[in-house]
Write a protein of this length. Structure first.
Lengths: 128, 128
DNA sequence: TTCATACTTCGATATTCGTGGAAATATCGA
DNA sequence: TCGATATTTCCACGAATATCGAAGTATGAA
């Protein structure tokens, strides 16, 4: 993931309305929600919501499909994963103790996601 | 973490200059970097950098300490961890396979951070 | 066709944000 | 004290962004 892509994602999520939409879609899971229902649940105007959904879609964080008159939006978990990985990259070059606080992320993620066989740590060398 | 706090963090990181600064500080580790060195490395004006550092500090993502004439900035890994946890919250209510893509985050984090026996840290405490 | 529903796009406005010049503050050495 | 270095604050301006009404497009039903 390029830094520019991350910026698009982060600034997309860094706004009240859009973060609320995204989190709602994350909770909704793969079935997603139609735009109208999102607007009603969050009590926002449909055109404002549409603009925000566009920003999220542009960032690749949500996908959409038409179903009859409705357009169903879903969170893109893979994109989310890519973003999180980007944010965690280079966090402790050669010094694991440095990012020990991030261990909490690991445990909570482990509690949430299926267990994964951990590969041998490939630690990058620091080029300061 | 409140949603409002997450928005402050995300929008702070969702800008080219600030993301570059933050990532540089993350790589720099706990020793951090003086503002002047950051400005020279990223080739930005010192006042622009100062404004951006203010935004990051306001979001709690960086801390600063004075050292002689310099002011040293460091990334706050705990804040980063809190943000990541917030983003991963509620990602798979009752359906673990939903966020399987996020498993990649877990494995890469495990490769980076200390072993996941988070209950009681086996490593010795690091003193700066 | 005609109408109603579900969303989106357009256009204007108000606000926020990023940038850079100039001045101010803080620290240190002579 | 004076001057140099390091960084911040102040201020103004152009660009980007959020918001909202109004109009437009797509779908399905009568």
């Amino acid at each position: 993931m390029k830094s520019a892509d991350a910026i698009v994602c982060l600034s997309a999520l860094g706004q009240e309305g859009r973060l609320a939409v995204f989190r709602l879609l994350v909770k909704a899971g793969p079935d997603g929600l139609p735009a109208g229902k999102i607007a009603r649940r969050l009590d926002v105007l449909p055109n404002s919501l549409s603009a925000n959904l566009n920003v999220l879609a542009n960032a690749g964080l949500v996908a959409s499909r038409r179903e009859g008159r409705s357009i169903i939006y879903t969170a893109d978990f893979a994109a989310m994963s890519t973003l999180l990985n980007f944010l965690m990259a280079d966090c402790c070059n050669g010094a694991p103790e440095v990012c020990a606080p991030l261990a909490g992320v690991v445990s909570s993620a482990a509690a949430c996601c299926p267990p994964v066989k951990v590969k041998a740590p490939t630690r990058k060398k620091v080029s300061a």
